[in-house]
Design a binder for this molecule. Structure first.
Ligand code: SF4
Length: 350
């Protein structure tokens, strides 16, 4: 897949754009002031594969908390700012690696200039986060509703302002909870700017609905080569956001760390509790740091053939199963040994 050429921007230790791998982001859901639990959540996110984490900064205490959070974690931290420009400045002074603002709600150009001045001083990038729910009033009344065109106009206006202030360390996002509007907006903006794009569907919903919406929206854009960093928004544990982001990228060959798992949907030929077997194996392989494709198939008739391109697999039959490598059967194993034998083979893979 050919990715659009964008400018490279450094967020702490992670570079995005300019051909760097698509970075996975998530956001902590703890109160940032609750430093202990915020650090704990950031560590879980990092362990799950998160590259960049964002924390809400609703008050001065939260901005100050960033200092300790930064010291105790080793992942770039983005400060999420709304309304109060002073919080952006405080966050930068306390070690934020990037600021995310929605210029539409910062208030005045004077305040934006203060933020830009500080970001230049600390050499910190800023994400201009255009959100369909908080567009500038004049733009909203011109278009009547938060269309993709309205979001593009808002983005262009803000980019022009930042550039006129001599600030170019910009990342852009144009989020809407409507999948089609979001896709249209990113497709259009990617034609006119070469700043890195942070993509995602905002307020996507529960893990079930949000995963589907995000996969369609983020997936369509990534297939177009658009997107330098992604965030899956889910109403739930942020670790799930990272896991979903990884699978979206894995399915597009943009992420190849860890074990990929293929399993058949089961049908009338099934003789074992495949759903249980797959769920146990899925949990176990999440802890294995190897790059390979594993298949778990429900029958010995079609299993190995259907999973030809898997590295290792098992085709489960009644009382026994066939262990195969690259589609070739290498061993017949007993049913009570399916999981252990498969895991052992995965662990020995090199
Ligand atoms: Fe059915 Fe076998 Fe195919 Fe699974 S692998 S869907 S059990 S035919």
């Amino acid at each position: 897949m050919k990715r659009k050429n964008t400018k490279s921007i450094k967020i702490g230790s992670v570079s995005i754009g300019g051909g760097y791998p698509v970075a996975i982001q998530s956001m902590t859901k703890t109160k940032t002031l609750d430093i202990k639990n915020t650090i704990k959540q950031i560590k879980r996110l990092k362990k799950a594969g998160c590259d960049i984490v964002r924390c809400a900064i609703p008050d001065t205490g939260s901005a100050k908390a960033l200092k300790t959070i930064k010291k105790e974690t080793n992942i770039p931290v983005v400060a999420d700012i709304h309304f109060n420009y002073k919080l952006a400045i405080n966050a930068m002074e306390n070690g934020a690696d990037k600021i995310r603002i929605n210029p539409g709600n910062i208030g005045s150009e004077k305040h934006l200039k203060e933020i830009i001045k500080k970001a230049k001083e600390f050499n910190i990038p800023i994400r201009i986060g255009i959100n369909s729910g908080s567009l500038e009033k004049d733009i909203l009344s011109k278009y009547g509703y938060p269309s993709s065109e309205a979001m593009i106009e808002s983005a262009k206006r803000n980019i022009d302002f930042f550039e006129s202030e001599g600030f170019f360390q910009i990342i852009i996002s144009l989020k809407s909870s409507d999948v089609q509007t979001t896709i249209n907006a990113y497709r259009e903006i990617s034609e006119v700017v070469d700043y890195p794009l942070h993509i995602g569907i905002t307020e996507a919903g529960t893990p079930f609905r949000g995963t589907i919406k995000s996969s369609i929206g983020i997936g369509a854009l990534l297939l177009d080569g658009i997107g330098d960093t992604i965030r899956v928004s889910l109403t739930g544990d942020p670790v799930k956001e990272v896991l979903v982001a990884k699978e979206i990228m894995r399915s597009l060959h943009l992420y190849n760390k860890g074990v990929d798992l293929i399993s058949c949907p089961t049908c009338g030929r099934i003789e074992v509790d495949l759903i249980k077997i797959v769920s146990v194996v899925e949990k176990k392989i999440s802890k294995i740091d190897k790059q390979l494709k594993v298949a778990i198939m429900g029958c010995v008739v079609n299993g190995p053939g259907e999973a030809k391109d898997a590295d290792i697999g098992i085709a489960c039959g009644k009382g026994f199963g066939l262990l195969f490598k690259k589609g070739k059967i290498i061993e017949k194993i007993k049913e009570n040994n399916f999981i252990d034998r498969l895991i052992k083979e995965i662990e020995n893979w090199h």
